[in-house]
Ligand binder design. Structure first.
Ligand code: BGP
Length: 460
């Protein structure tokens, strides 16, 4: 073996409730913003397929967990749907929902697969959104109660917990760029949402620590997009640094270091965009940092200095400070259109090692979305050699980071099986298993065979 990973390396994959469970109106589940939005505006989305059925994991979890075992998983991330567990977001636990998550967790444990439980993956209960969503402090408190319920119900079985998946995405999608409900475009409100998410994280961590779950660890999952300047000239460097502040350090610093980056605070203050803060918040954030960090990495951000000055009378927006550009010669995923830059994994890990106390971390998502993947079907199997290359090249850089002292503990692919996605349903396929959405039949792709060997050998 040329690349051997540390003992007990976490091999697995990631999913989220809304994207795989289906059964969106079964057994007393409440509505979340996705159920609601799809029913209201089906034409807005690719082929109008909503989250009603998705990959039917609610009913197929047992066989799916067997498949995880078959391909060598020793860990698996899922999320607990707030609207399923506590319909409406506040009040009594839905016993059927609790029983479902117990069954999933028990099955994972029976197969020796460590459950990684995430508490929020873009799926705000509708009633909580109607109260203002993350703009409302009341919703932050309701989330902390939900988190506590989850620790109480499942804490004896689950040791690894995550407060959020990609908390910046609801900010960008819901409050800046109009690709998530509630479709607000307002920088100041976006800042409030981001701020409250950080407070919610800190409150959940605080509650978690009070319970002291044996061997329990709580962390969060961030999508980190390393920022690369076009050149070393000062204007490009500054633009890149500010993009990094907005997109990465905005959450990384408070959630991992317990501090808000001063330069970012100064920019917000200068433009009158600071959020409302309560007394004691700073200390709350300071004492409740993540103990474990999941890194979702898909693509880098290529940044250059602004070419045209923004309209100073227009509303303040992120892009007052930088432009993005397409780097000539970059490698692209031809089947979906995102840049592929494997070394990004290494750069992220080195940054965590040097600037974030070498926090225990892992790649919690990385993956290659492919449109019309059936075209690669041969002899009844999708021959996804491109995905094997993709994973292998990222793993090589992760391996190198570990060799150089980074505290990286695992690699999870997005995703275990093809799943439903927020804006484009089943257009981009990501799984080790393909899913026939008419019959719900699962078929291992070529990459499933490859990862089985890699996980078994703990390397390649
Ligand atoms: C991440 C999300 C996932 C997943 C993935 C793929 O940002 O955490 O939920 O969907 O991206 O992106 P997409 O589904 O848009 O192709």
């Amino acid at each position: 073996l040329q690349y051997t990973f540390p003992e007990d390396f976490w091999w697995g994959s990631a999913t989220s409730a809304t994207q795989i469970e289906g059964a969106a109106s079964e057994d007393g589940k409440g509505l979340n913003i996705w159920d609601y939005w799809y029913s209201k505006e089906p034409n807005r989305f690719f082929n109008g397929v909503g989250p009603e059925t998705t990959s039917d994991f609610y009913h197929t979890y047992k066989e799916d967990i067997q498949r995880m075992k078959d391909i060598g998983h020793n860990s698996f991330r899922f999320s607990i749907s707030w609207a399923r567990l506590i319909p409406g977001g506040e009040g009594d636990v839905n016993e059927e929902a609790a029983a479902f998550y117990h069954r999933v967790i028990d099955e994972l444990l029976a197969q020796d697969i460590e459950p990684f439980a995430n508490l929020f993956h873009f799926d705000m209960p509708l009633e909580m959104q109607e109260k203002g969503g993350w703009e409302s402090r009341e919703v932050v408190d309701a989330y902390a109660v939900f988190a506590e319920k989850c620790f109480e119900l499942f804490g004896e079985k689950v040791q690894k917990w995550f407060t959020f998946n990609e908390p910046i995405v609801p900010v960008e999608g819901g409050y800046l760029y109009d690709f998530h409900y509630p479709n607000v475009v307002d920088f100041k409100r976006a800042v409030q949402v981001a701020y409250h998410t950080i407070i919610a994280h800190a409150k959940a961590v605080e509650v978690f620590k009070k319970r002291s779950i044996p061997n329990g660890k709580i962390g969060t999952i961030l999508n980190l997009t390393p920022s690369y300047p076009r050149s070393q000239n000062p204007a490009d460097l500054r633009a890149s640094r500010i993009a990094d502040l907005f997109f990465n350090r905005s959450f990384l610093d408070p959630m991992v270091k317990g501090e808000f980056p001063e330069e970012l605070t100064a920019i917000l203050r200068e433009h009158g965009q600071l959020p409302e803060m309560l007394e004691g918040d700073k200390e709350l954030v300071k004492r409740n940092t993540a103990e474990l960090l999941g890194v979702n990495y898909y693509q880098p951000r290529r940044v250059k200095a602004k070419e045209h000055l923004p309209n100073p009378y227009g509303p303040f927006m992120l892009d007052w400070y930088f432009d993005l550009y397409e780097m000539p010669g970059r490698k692209m995923n031809p089947y979906r259109g995102w840049e592929i830059y494997e070394k990004g994994v290494y750069d992220i890990m080195i940054n965590l090692r040097d600037n974030y106390g070498n926090i225990e971390s892992f790649i919690s998502e990385n993956g290659m979305g492919v449109q019309d993947e059936e075209r690669f079907m041969e002899n009844g199997q999708i021959q996804d050699d491109y995905r094997i290359d993709f994973i292998r090249e990222h793993l090589k850089w992760l391996h190198r980071a570990i060799q150089e002292g980074c505290n990286a503990k695992g690699y999870h692919l997005w995703s275990f099986m093809d799943n439903w996605s927020w804006m484009n349903a089943y257009k981009n396929r990501y799984g080790f298993f393909s899913v026939n959405i008419e019959t719900q039949e699962r078929t291992p792709k070529k990459s499933a065979g490859w990862i089985t060997e890699v996980s078994k050998n703990n390397g390649f």
